[in-house]
Structure formats: structure tokens, C-alpha cells
Design a protein around this ligand. Structure first.
Ligand code: SAH
Length: 358
């Protein structure tokens, strides 16, 4: 089958056999990418219209006990100035964000043992108390089932945990032996079981990644059916073992965004900061490839430069209010509008409505 037909089949069936994905990923070309992007945008609009959703990202700690080879805030990077936000600072970030129109907050951080489950639950409860109409998302890594259960009970509804790669051997190329692919995948299944709107995802162009690895990533996503998927280019970070590796490319990331949109038509798919870092109009291009979420930073300006997962990260010198003005313009420049909305996955909204009917 020719590659254009493979794309049409993906748009219709929302999956392809392994070989079909490899065929697409091993031989991308401009015409194929343009076709994928146009199918992807059409699909996005069927489910979410013209809306682009925003999530306010609060990077509340850059202290991490893990040593992922790619990550700028890994424990072993001694050049990082470490910080933790206080509860008051975190609540203040959310209050500012609320005034700016955010209806969901993402607490993301390194794996910082200081934040015990009790502390996280208390924070989630306070955020929910202050902003009952907002969704709270956690992105704090691998935890036990009991911890995830407690977070859910405290009021967290969403969890972001990229699977990083669905190929165990590749996972071990990217992480130290203390971290296992199996545990990462098991955490994602637990999160789904506990009823979190769950976000998986991976970096594009990470060292050693092959088209076959990416095909496995897509099949993994098909099987997991996450409500959200986060992908962005790998970007080398100073002070890490991968500091000299080449970054992932804009075109490959855009093509993957389109394929993921066709695979999971109702998915909430961010045009990430990493995409905006490798190209000045990366996020706009991401939206034109099928993305429908942006995740601007709400962290205090004083700490932004310290949360450097990778080099040259954008938006580290602005206040939250400035970011939202800039992003609104960017989104409008591609004919879309920024929604003041929790931005739930339509599948989840439907499930809740069905639940109320019984
Ligand atoms: N500690 C949390 C949050 C990690 S940071 C966790 O483990 O889930 C969020 C994501 O940033 C990671 O999952 C990874 O995919 C991405 N990331 C880290 N380093 C990166 C780099 N050098 N380039 C691009 N993305 C990176």
C-alpha cells in the first residue's frame, strides 16, 4: 500500500499494523507530512472545534533523586541551583493563573522526597478548595498504587507520566539501572485503573531511537488509550551524559503529532515548550499539525531559569501574564482561540454524563 493510503487508513481505523507505522516513519516526506497534518487538523476540529486549551504549569521543585541520562535536573548534575517552592508560593501561582483564565494547574517536579504523600495531598486539597472549578494535574513521577490512590482521593483528576519509550532496551539506554521500563508502564496502567485522565508520551529523536521504537510507541499508546499525550523533541542538556547528542527535529515531531492525533482522535495533545524551543514558531506549527493544548509556565520568574530540563528553554524571562498575552496572539495567528476551560477529554466528559444518568 502506498504511504498516503496508509495515512488514510490510519485516519479511518485509528490504528495500523506495526509495519505500516514503520513504513510511514522510516520514509517521511513533505507531501506525506502535509497530508497527515491536514487530516489531523480536520480530526481535531471534529472533536474540539477551534478551541486550544491551556494548562498552567507550576514547576514546584527541581530537586530530583533520579538520574535520567537526558534530563537537565538529574541528581548528578551539580551545576543546577536547586529550589523548592513553598506552599504559599504554589497557591499564589495558581491564584494568579486563575485570574489569567487558567482552569487547570499542573504540578510538575523532580522526584523530590521532601514532598511526602501527605504534603502532596494537602497541596491538592488546598488548590481544590481555592479553585473548585479547576482540574488539578500531577506530574511527579513513579509512585506506589497507594500513593496514587491517595492523590486521587485528595482531588487530583489527572496525571502526566510519559512512558519515554515503549521499547525496554531503549528505555535502559536512556535511564540508569535503578529505573525500569516495566515499572514505568505498570504505573501508567495503575493510573488508568484509578480513573485518572492519564498522559503518556515520549521524546522525539532521543539518543538511539529508531523508526521501529517509534512504531512501538504508537502501538503502546493505542493499547493504553491515554486521555493526553505529551511529546516534544529531545534537546541536549548541559551537564548530562547526552549533552553532545543531536536534538530531535521539528519535522519529525510535527509528523508524530499528526500521527498521534489520527491514532487517538480525541486526545489532548500539547504543542510543548520543547517544540517552541527548537523553532521560534514551533508551537504554532504544532497546532497546525494536530496539537490542541498549550502549557505556559506559571512558576515565579525567579526560579524559571533553574528548571532547565534542556538547554535554551524559552519563556524563562517572562511573567505569567506576559506569557498568556504572547500565547493568545500566537494561537490567534493560526486562526484558533484560547479557551477559558478545564479542557477535559471529551471521552471523560461523556463518561461523567453517562454516570449521572444512571
Ligand atoms: N519527574 C517527572 C517529570 C519529568 S519532566 C517524571 O519523571 O515524570 C517531564 C518530561 O520532560 C520528561 O518526562 C521528559 O520526557 C521530558 N524531558 C526531560 N529532559 C528532556 C530533554 N533533555 N529534552 C526534551 N525533553 C526532556
Amino acid at each position: 500500500m502506498n504511504r498516503k493510503n496508509l495515512l488514510d487508513q490510519l485516519a479511518k481505523d485509528h490504528t495500523l499494523p506495526f509495519d505500516g507505522f514503520v513504513e510511514l516513519l522510516a520514509h517521511p516526506d513533505e507531501g506525506l507530512q502535509a497530508h497527515a497534518a491536514s487530516l489531523a487538523v480536520e480530526t481535531t476540529q471534529q472533536y474540539y472545534g477551534n478551541k486550544v486549551f491551556s494548562r498552567g504549569l507550576i514547576e514546584f521543585t527541581n530537586i530530583c533523586q533520579n538520574n535520567c541520562y537526558y534530563c537537565g535536573i538529574r541528581a548528578g548534575n551539580e551545576n543546577v541551583q536547586r529550589y523548592r517552592l513553598t506552599d504559599e508560593q504554589i497557591l499564589q501561582c495558581a491564584a494568579t493563573g486563575y485570574q489569567l483564565g487558567f482552569r487547570t494547574f499542573v504540578l510538575q517536579g523532580g522526584e523530590d522526597p521532601y514532598y511526602t504523600d501527605d504534603k502532596i495531598c494537602r497541596l491538592v486539597q488546598q488548590l481544590k478548595h481555592n479553585h473548585p472549578d479547576c482540574a488539578i494535574t500531577l506530574s511527579i513521577g513513579e509512585k506506589s498504587r497507594e500513593s496514587y490512590e491517595r492523590f486521587r482521593q485528595a482531588g487530583a483528576e489527572r496525571y502526566l507520566l510519559r512512558h519515554e519509550t515503549a521499547t525496554p532496551a531503549h528505555y535502559h539506554r536512556l535511564h540508569p539501572p535503578s529505573l525500569s521500563a516495566e515499572n514505568r508502564y505498570a504505573c501508567l496502567h495503575t493510573l488508568k485503573e484509578l480513573g485518572f485522565q492519564t498522559g503518556a508520551g515520549f521524546m522525539v529523536g532521543s539518543p538511539g531511537q529508531t523508526p521501529e521504537d517509534l512504531a512501538r510507541d504508537l502501538l503502546f499508546l493505542h493499547k493504553l488509550q491515554p486521555e493526553m499525550v505529551g511529546i516534544g523533541p529531545f534537546i541536549p542538556a548541559a551537564g548530562t551524559p547526552f549533552a553532545q547528542e543531536p536534538a530531535g527535529t521539528l519535522n519529525e515531531t510535527l509528523f508524530l503529532l499528526s500521527l498521534i492525533r489520527l491514532l487517538l482522535p480525541d486526545v489532548l495533545l500539547p504543542a510543548t515548550t520543547a517544540l517552541g524551543t527548537i523553532d521560534p514558531r514551533g508551537r504554532e506549527k504544532g497546532i497546525l499539525a494536530g496539537a490542541n493544548v498549550v502549557m505556559p509556565n506559571l512558576s515565579p520568574k525567579s526560579v524559571r531559569k533553574k528548571y532547565q530540563l534542556y538547554d535554551n528553554k524559552i519563556c524563562t524571562g517572562e511573567e505569567a501574564a506576559e506569557c498568556i498575552v504572547c500565547l493568545t496572539k500566537r494561537i490567534e495567528s493560526v486562526g484558533r482561540e484560547l479557551a477559558v476551560d478545564r479542557g477535559d477529554n471529551v471521552r471523560y466528559v461523556k463518561m461523567k454524563e453517562d454516570h449521572y444518568c444512571v
